[in-house]
Structure formats: C-alpha cells, structure tokens
Design a protein around this ligand. Structure first.
Ligand SMILES: [Zn+2]
Length: 233
C-alpha cells in the first residue's frame, strides 16, 4: 500500500499529467510523421499523403482515448474496491482498524500515546477518510476521471499529429519527405527536452533519446514505402 503523504501524491499526479501530455503529443508526432513519410516514399501524391496522415491522426487519437479510458477506469475501480473493503473492515472490526491506524502513525514517527490519540480523534471525525488517505494513499483530489483523461489523451495526440500534416500540406510537392522529417525531428527535440524537464532529467539527454526513436520510426516506414513503391510501380 502507498505510504505517500498528501502533498507528495499531488506532486506525482501533476508531473504525471504533464508527462502524459508530452508523451501523447510525442506519439502523435512520430506515428503520423512516419505514416506521411512512408506514403510519400512510395511515390504517392499530396492528396494520398494527406488522407493517410489524417486517417492516422483520427485512428491514433481514438485509440489513445480508448486506452486511457480503460486504464483510468480500472484504476478507479480498484480504488473503489479498496474503499469498499475498508468500509466493511471498519464496520466489522473497528478495534483492529483503530490499532492499524495507530501503527501507521507510529511508523511515521509519533509516540505510541500520541499516535493512539490521533487515530482515535481521526476515526471519530472520519474513519473511512482517514484509512483511505493514510492507509491506502487515496485522497479526494487524486481520484482520476476516465472521460477527462481520455479527452486529454486524444487531444495531445492530435496536437502532435497536426504538425506533420500541416507541413505536408504546405511543403513543395517534391520535398514533402524532407520537410516533414526535418520539422518532426525539431519538434521531437523540443518535446523531448520538455518531457525531461517535467521528469527532472537532463534536457539534452531527453531530447536526444526522443529524437533518435523518431528518426528510427521514420526511417523504417520510409524503407517500407520505398520497397512497396518500387514493387508496385
Ligand atoms: Zn484500515
């Protein structure tokens, strides 16, 4: 069970959201740019490239939303199940629960007497809330919202995916691959740096790491596109 204090949990969640947003944009960028580069390498014209990219944006955003919804829902379900079990234990074995809470406060550094007093007073005020917070690490502010998480995921993915699509729309017809690849690598470096800042890691290392995988993804789809372009054409 989590033993994080309230403010620590809050911090973790805040960083979690920012990193999730950066990761979503990252996914949208890499997958859509790779699609665009692959289709372009097969020798397709701008309309086909844009249709493929747009379909990739929609498919990816939907898939991110669904994945996030399922993941956050199951987390919420697990928290609700924990709370239900706790409620039952409190009703059936209040003495044992009081002892449990006392021991938690003792482990956090209170003397046995004080821990017991705190446990008694908190139990009288809000027994379930105290056990949820101090035993399970669940507080009101961190109960996750599945729909909200799904929408944010879809939107961050789309925000990343729109970049290669816009570039493919305005690039000179013969140079779509070059323009999309270059702009994607620049955007990835910026996102990588941002993600590293959010996670407290080195900016340069974060940027290089993300850019490397983006380059690899585009090289792979360009290879596939070129192979197909040759064999079909
Ligand atoms: Zn308990």
């Amino acid at each position: 069970m989590s033993r994080l204090s309230h403010s620590e949990i809050h911090m973790v969640h805040r960083i979690g959201w920012l990193r999730a947003a950066v990761l979503g944009a990252n996914d949208g960028l890499v997958s859509t740019a790779s699609l665009v580069v692959g289709v372009a390498a097969a020798g397709s014209g701008r309309p086909e490239i844009l249709i493929a990219g747009l379909a990739g944006l929609v498919a990816g955003a939907m898939s991110m939303a669904a994945g996030e919804y399922v993941s956050v829902s199951s987390q919420t379900d697990a928290e609700q199940a924990d709370l239900a079990r706790e409620r039952k234990e409190l009703a059936e074995a209040p003495e044992a629960e009081l002892t449990e809470l006392t021991q938690i406060y003792e482990r956090r550094g209170l003397t046995a007497d004080l821990a017991w007093q705190v446990a008694v007073q908190l139990t009288m005020r809000d027994a379930l809330g105290s056990h949820a917070r101090d035993e399970l690490g669940i507080s009101d502010t961190v109960i996750a919202h599945p729909i909200q998480a799904a929408i944010v995921s879809a939107m961050t993915f789309a925000a990343g995916a729109i970049v290669p699509l816009l570039v493919a729309t305005i690039a000179p017809p013969a140079q779509i691959t070059l323009f999309v690849a270059t702009s994607t690598l620049v955007a990835l470096a910026i996102l990588g740096g941002l993600g590293a800042t959010a996670g407290g890691a080195g900016v340069l290392r974060g940027a290089v790491r993300v850019t490397f995988w983006g380059a690899l993804a585009m090289a792979a789809t360009a290879g596939v596109g070129a192979l197909f372009g040759v064999s079909v054409g």
